[in-house]
Design a protein around this ligand. Sequence first.
Ligand code: ADP
Ligand code: MG
Length: 368
Amino acid sequence: MIRVKGLVKNFGTLQVLRGVDTEIAKGEVISIIGPSGCGKSTFLRCLNRLEEPSGGQIELDGRDITGPGVDITAVRQRMNMVFQAFNLFSHLTVLENLTLAPMQLRGTPKAQAEERGMELLRMVGLAERAHYFPSELSGGQKQRVAIARCLAMDPEVILFDEPTSALDPTMVGEVLAVVRNLAKQGLTMLIVTHEMDFARDVSSRVFFMHEGRIHEQGPPAQVFGAPQRPETRTFIHRVRSRNYTLSSPDVDIYALHGDIEVFCEKHLVPRQTAHDLQLLTEELVLCFMEELKQRKAFELCVEYLEAKREVRVTLDLPAGVESPFSVADADPMVVDIGLQLIRNIAPGVHEEPGEDGRVKLVFPVRQS
Ligand code: ADP
Ligand code: MG
């Protein structure tokens, strides 16, 4: 239904969209997530031509809508947008907000527009408020009216730009419930949202945007459960991290411990876990003492995954250094106390592919 090819948008010298490519089928519900400023709003606004794309193509049902001579009003009716700030007309009643566009843009007779308006208000639970003014409604109610108004144009695609982020937390649920209902009815929707649980259960696909591109996309279970790219992972798990380079046998372990302690206090990591972290880093330095004496450099990273409340340490092994964990326990007669200690603190120690084909050791720290 929608095909986007190499979409670019510049604001002066700032390149906000750097080549967005995607295809969206009828009935899909796409959640768009990503850090603030990565171009989510600009992408939606280009789709319905609220922003003029600087390059690339957008096709709607096989027709390029970026070219000259395109009826922009018609495009916006087919791809209608719901804004974060509601944008209701304050001098019109709720019902008048719904009937205005159908009457003016489509010539729908008043009675018919009102009948359809009431039907939509019933659908969003606000039929009783038809003759109120927006100022007499709560934020959640206003946004439900805005959704009904969007539906009044019978759009084929609805674009939601953070529909709940201007709301009090108590009102988020009522708006999400309405959006969820629309998803069930098979409407094609693109939803920019920070509500991760909602995105996870409502969407058929998730786009993670990063620096003006769709950086990763897939079914929600994959993007949220097993993000492939480091930037996605950092965003989804809200990773906080500290990096250290170990490159000498004389590494100042006390300074390292002090730094880890500050990091843990800042993120409210439990004391015991912080202590385990310090023990773990100390054992790792001992474990690789021979390599450190040869001035090989190890990248050590302490990570706190805020969303999962997990702490882990990763260690990038220099080229040519083997993981002592892959062969550990091979000989039951040889018990390496250091390795045992590390395994005790991080029972799930495993390898992951690192950069440039190197090995990355991952130590998920047990939680006390
Ligand atoms: P997001 O919705 O992902 O937070 P936006 O699409 O709103 O990001 O903005 C992306 C970048 O483009 C930001 O750096 C923002 O400051 C810039 N930007 C957005 N709109 C304009 C504009 N009209 N003029 C200049 N810069 C803009
Ligand atoms: Mg935005």
